[in-house]
Design a protein around this ligand. Structure first.
Ligand code: ZN
Length: 181
């Protein structure tokens, strides 16, 4: 459950937050997201940040992990992180440099790789080399690519067997989302 940065209008925030508070207290709600910052789309960044922070506060109260949308805003997220140092944050659709990934990992983020990387295997391999398996998630996002393509690609980028990768991601899911099988 979350207000995406593209829709992060402050004018409707209090109403949307009230609705979120109700939904997020339901045990079936296992995460807040996608929320975040987008420099290329949506309202002004300061407005997006206020809407994001309101939802991070809610995640804090409800003790929920947060799935983050980030377009050219990683430095802002690293700054905001200082106020939420122990939350479980998953940066989705990561396509940045290995150096940027290491900065985020250093602040405790998890990183999710998606189909945007399938056409740049070199970047994928360089990310696979720096992201520890226990900090990794895979996604198909809203593409029509099969998630199995991500498993095959990331297995080759990390040198892991697909079966080991499956087990690892499942374990990460249980730990971060607090959901048991
Ligand atoms: Zn997104």
């Amino acid at each position: 459950m979350g207000i995406h940065p593209w829709d992060a209008a402050e004018s409707t925030l209090s109403e949307a937050l009230a609705r979120m508070e109700g939904v997020c207290s339901d045990p079936h709600c296992i995460a807040i997201g996608e929320v975040g910052l987008d420099r290329l789309r949506g309202p002004a960044l300061a407005e997006q940040e206020r809407v994001l922070r309101a939802q991070l506060d809610l995640a804090q109260v409800q003790d929920l992990p947060v799935i983050l949308h980030d377009v050219r805003s990683t430095s802002d997220l690293l700054r905001i992180r200082k106020d939420y140092p122990r939350q479980q944050w998953i940066l989705h659709g990561f396509r940045g440099t290995p150096e940027l990934a290491e900065q985020c990992l250093g602040k405790g983020f998890h990183i999710s790789l998606g189909p945007g990387l399938l056409k740049s295997a070199q970047r994928g391999a360089s990310l696979g080399a720096v992201i520890p398996p226990d900090r990794l998630f895979l996604e198909s996002d809203d593409s029509d690519r099969d998630i199995r393509e991500m498993y095959d690609a990331v297995a080759s980028w990390t040198g892991m067997q697909v079966s080991a990768l499956l087990a690892q991601i499942e374990d990460n899911f249980h730990k971060v989302f607090g959901v048991q099988s």
